[in-house]
Design a protein around this ligand. Sequence first.
Ligand SMILES: [Ca+2]
Ligand SMILES: [Ca+2]
Length: 279
Amino acid sequence: MSSFLTPAFVSLRSALAASAALAASSVFAQTSINLTQDATVRQAGTYTYYARGNAAGETITPFTTMFYPGGELHTYAGATTLGLDGTLVDNGSNGAPISFGVGELTDNSNASEVRGWINVEQVSAGTHSASPHGGQFDIVFDLGANYVITSVVVTYTDAAGWRFRKTVANTQQVFTSTGNPSLVGDAGLTLFDTATAVGGATLGQLTFSGTSVGAQYVIFRPEMDLATNIGGNSYGGYIYEVAINGYAIPEPSSAAALAGVVALGGVVLRRQRRSGSVR
Ligand SMILES: [Ca+2]
Ligand SMILES: [Ca+2]
């Protein structure tokens, strides 16, 4: 350090270095975490299974009909406890948002799966009268506030009778939205990325890593192979966990304070130059 620098300039330089470090840590080099495991997100966050079709093979308005997977409504008669999310049994009209704090998709564990997706799908390949046919539904994750989303990783298993659709690549989809899908509908969603399931994968991972985007809602839209109705032999694949990676959007007050420090530094520097203390 040159000895002619005044104490005022040294402190200014320290302030600028500190602000640069702040910028590096909070704006330009954010570290992504699995938001579903963040304490704040877990307190506010919920996810909701939404049907895109009905038992007659008809397409319904998206984000209007909630359901719970598994059980005898979505696998086969008598499968009362198979594939449930926790202990949630679908009775045909009791579907509701599930807190991140209690849901199997956000418990950071692969101990128990959800599976069984018959009669909630929008037919996406083949016909509803043929088994199997391709079918899609939605799982909407509400983070409670906007975050920067950097990637989404779904842990899954594909096994005989429990298949993802794999005939065509990239039919597993993740969308994002700043508005509630139940209000903005399909038209309000932005495609984040697509992925392809692997046949026979055990605890495989679907990784969606699109361009980072600010969003409160993350929508996973799987495509499964499904039977015509319960009692068939294609119930759709296993889903164990959905990790949503990202970070908090820097608060405007932090950005303003940072801009203020830089502006103040410029003023002090000009004053010192005029007084001849900085050469
Ligand atoms: Ca889990
Ligand atoms: Ca389960």
